[in-house]
Design a protein. Structure first.
Length: 475
């Protein structure tokens, strides 16, 4: 009886400490993100980003957009990229062995012809079958690489090989960029008051589902009609507006979204480019770059983050596609953390080793398991009559209310600072979405994450899995 009581107390203490730590961390994230958002807004609200294009010395940039079976949205995307204003800008579309008409459509739309293009094959990739440029001078900055399928990382490496510029912007081909996206993303590379080398910058990614798109531009931002896209809209607001802004505040950001990130090409080449053996290439690259700066360069550096909604992407609109995406995210997280396990609580890597990595380990990777075990334990204790049900109800109401408050906080900043959803009806809708998310979307995400762990460790699954696009709602 003594041992049973001891174990029972030990388990209770574990869940209490875990829950309190998570609760406090959310409060800290909220405070830090508020400070960083306020600082960014006050610093840039009167700055005209268009004047950046008039600067005499600007870093040259290549946009690299991997493409695999994207015939439904490829033209709108490329049109969006070609419409961006920046003095020295190349657009490199990498057709990674598409089996649909992606390449054919590109050839016909942009008058592409095969050319002999000299470049240095620094990073190893699958075979490049051909390089195409447009015969129309209006599209002179467009280059299309046709290669054997090797996955997104391999396609990005092929684009890096071809790029002759100082920085590269890695994006998903299903993205639409704002006109000022490049100017806002490059600004941290031009600022030197911190005497820190900026090695990468990321930006906010928002949901394009149901938005009106014309000539490669978002002309009317609308809240999604699909329930799964609605859940993800709220989720993206929390993750980008609160989470990543807070980590940016302490220069502890571990990930630049694979959908939209600007990188120092020289540093990326020095660390060996993208890892083609993982499906979490965005997280893995940033961790490797950070380790390189600590171990080799030994200089102050920064991974910047821009809170403006600059990139709009199509998200999964079916439960099947959503489950595949979250399964891949879970496997990518596991694979990356195992590869860089030497950073775990390692003071050598500063706040990355002592704060960022442990936080992601305990509250991203381990959280689904703790949650499932905790709920199972709670139900067992209630059924045995060892926990007062009234206390459980009060705690559940508190947790539910805190979750709603946290989501409301991110929506508040979206409306106060950015206000991209101008119709106030979206506020009422997103409130109900916040409620249903707790009881439906969050449990599903937990299941998808656990399934990702099972697929990684038991089934040894490595691939991305097929992702079907619906295509942008364009005229």
């Amino acid at each position: 009886m003594g041992i049973e009581h001891f174990l029972h107390s030990l388990v209770n203490i574990f869940f209490l400490v875990y829950g309190l730590t998570l609760f406090v961390s959310y409060i800290i994230i909220g405070v830090f993100s508020s400070l960083e958002l306020t600082f960014y807004h006050n610093r840039n609200k009167y700055f005209n980003f268009n004047i950046i294009n008039d600067f005499k010395q600007l870093p040259t940039i290549s946009i690299i957009a991997p493409c695999y079976n994207e015939e439904k949205s490829i033209i709108e995307n490329v049109r969006s990229l070609l419409a961006l204003k920046y003095p020295e800008l190349d657009v490199i579309v990498v057709n990674d062995g598409s089996t649909d008409n992606s390449l054919k459509i590109l050839k016909e739309t942009y008058n592409l012809v095969k050319v002999n293009f000299a470049y240095e094959h620094i990073l190893s990739t699958e075979e490049v079958k051909g390089i195409y440029k447009s015969s129309n001078k209006a599209f002179s900055q467009l280059v299309v690489i046709d290669k054997e399928n090797g996955g997104k990382s391999d396609a990005l490496n092929a684009g890096i090989n071809l790029s002759r510029n100082e920085l590269f912007l890695a994006i998903d081909v299903d993205c639409i960029l704002e006109q000022e996206a490049i100017s806002r993303m490059v600004k941290p590379f031009l600022e030197e008051e911190d005497v820190r080398k900026v090695i990468a910058s990321g930006g906010v990614v928002r949901i394009a589902n149901n938005c009106k798109i014309e000539n490669g531009q978002i002309v009317d931002v609308k809240f999604p009609k699909n329930i799964w896209a609605e859940f993800q809209t709220l989720e993206y607001m929390r993750v980008f507006t609160l989470g990543r802004m807070a980590w940016s505040r302490i220069n502890g950001l571990l990930i630049i979204s694979g959908a939209f990130g600007l990188f120092d090409k020289d540093i990326v080449l020095k660390v060996g480019g993208y890892d083609t053996t993982t499906v979490g290439e965005d997280l893995e690259l940033v961790l490797r770059m950070r380790k390189y700066m600590h171990n080799v360069e030994k200089k102050k550096y920064k991974v910047a983050f821009i809170p403006d909604p600059l990139c709009w992407t199509e998200v999964p609109s079916s439960l099947k596609m959503l489950s595949r995406q979250r399964n891949r995210w879970a496997r990518g997280l596991i694979d990356t953390f195992i590869k860089h396990k030497d950073m775990f609580f390692n003071p050598k890597y500063g706040r990355i080793g002592m704060i960022s990595y442990p936080y992601w380990f305990f509250f991203e990777w381990m959280a689904p398991f703790v949650e499932v075990i905790g709920i199972s334990y709670l139900i067992t204790m209630i059924s045995l009559g060892k926990i007062d049900l009234s206390i459980v109800i009060l705690f559940s109401i508190f947790a539910f209310s805190f979750g709603l408050l946290y989501s409301s906080f991110s929506v508040f900043y979206e409306k106060l600072i950015f206000s991209r959803y101008r119709d106030f009806k979206f506020l009422f809708k997103i409130f109900f979405i916040s409620v249903f998310e707790i009881f439906l979307f969050h449990p599903l995400n937990t299941i998808f994450s656990i399934k990702g762990n099972y697929d990684y460790f038991i089934k040894k699954k490595k691939g991305w899995g097929k992702m079907k696009r619906e295509g942008f709602n364009s005229n």
